[in-house]
Write a protein that binds this ligand. Structure first.
Ligand code: HEM
Length: 376
């Protein structure tokens, strides 16, 4: 039963060891809401999030200790449950700073990070607008799904009249490790995922690739990050009819151990020059790990923090399943560059990107202050 501090120079939920469960929600501000509404919402969210991450109710006696004549301040389903490693991470979408037609609703248009714009169109995108975008986001991760859902439910309730959910996603199994102390989990294609992820122990790489630095612009975002979310549908049934050898060729690693096809064990660096005889590269030229690797992406890497999802099934009886991909990076250009290299990815035959969003993740709040305060 881990308890992570809410206040700090960086928000929790980024380098925190990836928990097992996710409830993610993207919100739009209400029409007519103004600057004071936004500031008060961020203050109210901060207060409640700081309490819930410590295993407390939204307010003291919130669930059953209040007036019997009023609806309880806390919805109650987490009463008696531990904090379960809950982290709550807040983000700001491009449309919070100014609407698509340029309206500065909250007086913060001048503060918009230059690189915080809707992601460009990528080859193969099959995006549904109702599964992407948003003015604000909240990522709630915990080791107990009820705790994560309780967090999003109560924060949505607090937002009533000021912001409402635009889209949301439940994730049931982490698909990455963000600490060397964690075992590598598997995604729904059955492969270990997160082997070559940025790990919190590698503080130099974390500073270099994940967090906005003190000399980067804008200054208010220093200690923050950028989050990209991509809802990626997996064509599970096609994958499940694919030979093991082909599955491994597509990823560039073996399925059992997660070792690169150039040899070694899980954490051996892939050797992209290695050949299997007859001049055939051991790791195919369109294998996922080759095209996603920093060596072909100007040294860029990502802190991946995605989750598996199954949202029921479609009308043909196929699982509506996939990977809710999330990555944290110092600049959106890291994701954009890698996703562009992946245009040639052998994996594309088996996946479809259906949702997309980008958020600036402000630095952590000091106790007594609130998340996003440097903006105002
Ligand atoms: C590595 C699966 C989408 C970026 C990997 C690995 C697997 C995998 C199995 C190897 C193990 C590891 O190092 O984690 C998938 C699946 C995807 C997907 C099934 C879609 C459903 C993406 C996307 C991006 C991405 C959209 C970014 C644009 C990376 C990176 C690596 C990686 C940066 C590490 C490469 C390295 O340094 O060796 N992925 N991935 N992946 N993936 Fe993906």
């Amino acid at each position: 039963n881990a308890i992570y501090p809410f206040y700090g120079t960086r928000q929790a939920g980024i380098t925190t060891p990836a928990q097992d469960r996710l409830h993610f929600a993207s919100y739009d501000m209400a029409a007519g809401a103004g600057r004071d509404d936004l500031i008060e919402l961020l203050q109210d969210w901060t207060y409640a999030a700081a309490r819930m991450t410590q295993g407390l109710e939204v307010t003291d006696g919130g669930a059953v200790g209040g007036s019997p004549l009023a609806p309880p301040a806390d919805t109650g389903e987490a009463l008696g449950l531990p904090a379960a490693g809950l982290t709550i991470t807040f983000g700001f979408g491009p449309t919070l700073f100014s609407t698509e037609d340029g309206e500065d609703r909250f007086g913060i248009a001048a503060q918009r990070p230059e690189l915080l714009t809707r992601l460009p169109r990528f080859s193969g995108d099959s995006l549904r607008p109702e599964l992407g975008g948003g003015d604000l986001c909240i990522q709630a991760c915990a080791d107990d799904p009820q705790v994560a859902v309780h967090a999003i439910r109560n924060l949505s309730r607090i937002a009533f009249g000021r912001a409402s959910i635009r889209w949301s996603q439940l994730g049931f199994g982490r698909t990455s490790s963000t600490s060397t102390s964690q075992l590598t989990p598997r995604n729904l294609f059955g492969f270990k995922d997160g082997t070559a992820n940025v790990k919190s122990e590698d503080t130099k790489l974390v500073d270099d690739q994940v967090f906005v630095g003190s000399t980067d612009s804008p200054a208010w975002l220093a200690g923050g990050s950028y989050l990209v979310t991509r809802k990626i549908r997996m064509i599970i049934e096609t994958w499940d009819r694919t030979r093991l050898e082909e599955q491994e060729r597509v990823i560039g690693r073996d399925k059992g151990e997660g070792a690169p096809l150039s040899g070694g064990t899980e954490f051996t660096e892939p050797d992209f020059e290695a050949e299997t005889g007859a001049g055939t590269p051991a790791i195919d030229t369109d294998a996922h790990v080759r095209l996603a690797h920093p060596t072909v992406n100007k040294g860029a890497s990502l802190l991946r923090r995605g989750y598996n999802f199954v949202d029921g099934n479609d009308e043909l009886g196929r699982l509506d399943a996939g990977l809710f991909f999330m990555s944290y990076q110092r600049s959106p250009e890291q994701f954009i560059g890698i996703q562009r290299s992946l245009a040639a990815d052998a994996l594309n035959e088996y996946i479809k990107h259906v949702g997309s969003a980008i958020f600036a993740i402000p630095p952590g709040a000091r106790e007594g202050s609130y998340v996003g305060a440097p903006l105002f």
